[in-house]
Ligand binder design. Structure first.
Ligand code: DC
Length: 220
């Protein structure tokens, strides 16, 4: 199977780009951040703290995460409940960042992620795909952009959906998540040694997708 790993910080455009590329190549798109978000939603629904390891672990066994595809779009199910909308709420972002620092949570999702990659040609995006989940992926890309550019993109996205947002609050959240994601002990966000670095601060979606398709074409 052909596996393409795309890692990078929040808001770099990984999911938009990965979804487009997967559609162009006929591969399955796997958004691993959505899985961490679903665990975060699960913990919040249980009224527990997402940054408390014991509390999170106490409900982990009750969180069956599955993914399915509806019209080619990935949907995430938490115990058969489609949580694809809830996981995009701002509270779910920080919850995901918190639970993703807990080793048991990562282990819980690791097998699911590897199984999908074993059985499908896929584009998988996340933070540790090239370093931990799919170290043998044929193509690895580290996609990044400045924190300000990433905040502006997320701001426009949320605004378009009618979600009330404040730019400075969003920027602070993105910086906090960058810090959390890259400083945790387990599987921190970092570029794999054999990943190609792509800074898309000055590129639009079309240009970024074209650049990545070119890289994939050269590697495969
Ligand atoms: O990509 P995203 O914003 O939906 O990810 C949500 C959080 O999940 C993010 O703060 C980091 C975490 N995450 C992770 O630790 N490992 C992954 N492979 C994907 C996401």
């Amino acid at each position: 199977m052909i596996n393409v790993a795309i890692d990078g910080p929040s808001g770099a455009g990984k999911s938009t780009i990965a979804r487009k590329i997967a559609a162009a190549l006929g591969y399955v798109y796997v958004d691993t951040g959505a899985m961490y978000r679903a665990i975060g939603v699960h913990v919040m629904r249980n009224g527990l703290h997402t940054d408390n390891r014991e509390e999170v672990c106490s409900v982990l066994d009750n969180a069956i995460i599955t993914i399915g595809y509806v019209d080619g779009e990935q949907h995430v199910f938490l115990n058969d409940d489609d949580v694809s909308t809830d996981i995009r709420l701002p509270a779910a972002s920080m919850a995901a960042s918190n639970v993703s620092a807990i080793p048991e949570v990562r282990q819980h999702l690791f097998n699911l992620q590897q199984d999908i990659a074993k059985n499908n040609n896929c584009i998988m995006d996340g933070r540790d795909i090239g370093t931990v989940v799919l170290p043998n992926a044929q193509v690895k890309i580290f996609l990044t952009a400045s924190a300000e550019v990433r905040t502006k993109r997320r701001y426009d996205e949320l605004k378009a959906k009618g979600t009330p947002v404040d730019f400075d609050v969003l920027l602070a959240e993105i910086q906090q998540r960058d810090y959390n994601d890259s400083h945790r002990d387990v599987a921190p966000l970092k570029q794999a040694e054999d990943a190609i670095l792509l800074d898309c601060s000055e590129m639009d979606i079309e240009q970024t997708s074209a650049a990545i398709l070119r890289i994939i074409g050269e590697k495969i």
